[in-house]
Design a protein around this ligand. Structure first.
Ligand SMILES: NC(=O)c1ccc[n+]([C@@H]2O[C@H](COP(=O)([O-])OP(=O)(O)OC[C@H]3O[C@@H](n4cnc5c(N)ncnc54)[C@H](O)[C@@H]3O)[C@@H](O)[C@H]2O)c1
Length: 453
């Protein structure tokens, strides 16, 4: 079985072309100081949640690039079949488990990688630290404020380290935006417009899977927008103070004219534009279809299922502790995938429009436009990179190979950053439900600071 590169269904052309150069560039950028470091004992890793993200980004890709310094001592998943499939696919000899505590007791990992369903992350973050491991957790750190508070307390109690894997921060394009903003390119930032478009392919996929249920992914305000809110917090170098949100389900779920349980047996295959033939992917068939007998999970669920209880369009107004105001929106049934970001400042405006699918003229660079109020336009062209804009590789280099390397762009993220990003989404979700603004300080013990600490 071959593992895929990232959570998109295919690696697109420009990602493929850029992949190798990114790895080299990332290594050079992150590591001028550690080149003469002596070989150390291998870092003992365990993983809980062996789905596509665990198997690919944290399994196959980690083994490919870091086998000289890391080793897997255990894999765990509630699905016995899937965890065994992944062990075989990765060519590992470590034991597999369905009982998490048993894995922790028997294998004693130094680092635990958490790639389970979002609403369960807190359980493994907390127990993992209590049982002696440092944590690498996928985003979102968790899905509600009570679980967030429990993680913050456990971290203090155990003295262990938590890394939240915000790969989006590591893309060269976003890093350049951070650099320009820090260099005062537009003066004092006063407001930002941020609009994200998921297309009818990638966007629809969230409605096929467990992400369609609020109780599993916290809605896309948390599951997906945690990336976007984290970028905002990082770019603005401040913390969110108050949020007002709207959300509705206008397109998927109950809005469909016909529906089925999932695509494979669907009687409407011929007429449904969202029919998706999972049997064409050997990887997904091996990971999910062949292991349905263990948990009944249907990877190709119908996007018009009536149990879908998340929003498919969302908007939020966010006020930051440094006074910046943000208008944010997320659309999940756009003809193309991409985003627009603009920062308004006292001396100018910085903007970028990234189109990741359906572009008429696919370029191999992304642009940033810097307008100064009385000085005209300057354009920056940043080469594109594979794996979430080059972020995946550079993030892993920082975690595994060069943990002590300098972090000039402040890209490493711990629990405070993990919390601040989900709390925006949690606040937006609460606001959409109650019609009232929500203060971040009312959610957990964290009090927002004007300058990100
Ligand atoms: N940073 C990124 O860009 C990015 C991209 C994709 C996924 N992710 C994150 O990775 C995580 C996994 O996503 P995925 O797409 O691989 O999902 P998935 O459904 O393919 O995998 C999740 C796995 O967790 C297992 N699981 C669920 N509950 C469990 C429990 N209580 N104990 C043990 N195992 C359990 C499931 O059986 C499944 O194998 C999610 O949190 C997601 O947000 C991040």
């Amino acid at each position: 079985m071959k593992m895929k590169n990232n959570d998109h269904n295919e690696i697109n052309r420009r990602e493929f072309l850029q992949k190798s150069s990114t790895v080299v560039a990332g290594a050079v950028l992150l590591n001028p100081l550690d080149l003469n470091a002596k070989p150390k004992a291998k870092m003992k890793l365990a993983m809980v949640g062996t789905g596509v993200r665990g198997a690919g980004m944290w399994g196959r890709d980690v083994l490919k690039s870091y086998s000289d310094i890391v080793e897997f001592v255990g894999l765990c998943d509630i699905n016995q079949g899937r965890v065994n499939t992944v062990k075989m696919g990765l060519g590992l000899s470590c034991p597999t488990f369905t009982d998490f505590e048993k894995m922790m007791k028997e294998t004693k990992p130094e680092w635990l990688i958490i790639t389970t369903v979002d609403a369960t992350h807190h359980e493994f973050i907390i127990k993992g630290m209590e049982m002696g491991a440092n944590i690498i957790t996928e985003k979102p750190m968790t899905t509600d404020e009570q679980k967030c508070q429990a993680i913050l307390e456990a971290e203090k109690r155990t003295g262990k380290k938590v890394v939240v894997t915000f790969n989006y921060r590591y893309s060269p394009h976003r890093q350049k935006i951070y650099e320009l903003l820090r260099n005062d390119a537009i003066g004092k930032i006063t407001s930002a417009d941020f609009h994200w478009y998921l297309d009818v392919r990638h966007g629809a996929d969230y409605f096929r899977r467990w992400h369609r249920l609020k109780e599993k992914g916290g809605t896309l305000f948390v599951h997906k927008a945690t990336h976007h809110f984290d970028l905002l917090n990082w770019w603005l170098e401040s913390e969110p103070e108050e949020v007002f949100g709207y959300g509705a389900l206008d397109f998927y779920g109950k809005n469909g004219a016909v529906r089925s349980t999932n695509c494979r047996p669907c009687p409407h295959k011929g007429e449904c534009q969202f029919y998706w033939d999972m049997t064409k992917s050997r990887e997904l068939m091996a990971l999910y279809a062949e292991n349905e007998k263990y948990d009944g999970y249907l990877r190709d669920g119908c996007v018009f299922k009536e149990d879908i209880n998340i929003y498919d369009k969302m908007a939020a107004q966010i006020k930051y502790a440094n006074g910046v105001q943000v208008s944010y929106s997320l659309t999940t049934y756009s003809p193309y995938e991409g985003y627009r970001i603009a920062f308004n400042g006292t001396k100018g405006r910085l903007e970028a429009w990234i189109q990741e699918s359906q572009a008429v003229d696919m370029k191999d660079y992304d642009e940033i436009h810097l307008w100064t109020s009385f000085g005209g336009l300057q354009t920056f062209k940043i080469p594109q990179s594979a794996g979430h804009g080059g972020g995946d590789e550079r993030l892993k280099d920082k975690i595994f190979r060069y943990p002590n390397a300098a972090d000039p762009y402040r890209q490493s993220a711990g629990t405070r950053d993990g919390a601040m990003s989900i709390l925006v989404g949690i606040a937006a979700r609460k606001s959409a439900e109650t019609g009232k603004p929500v203060k971040i300080a009312d959610l957990t013990e964290l009090k927002p600071l004007a300058k990100r600490p």
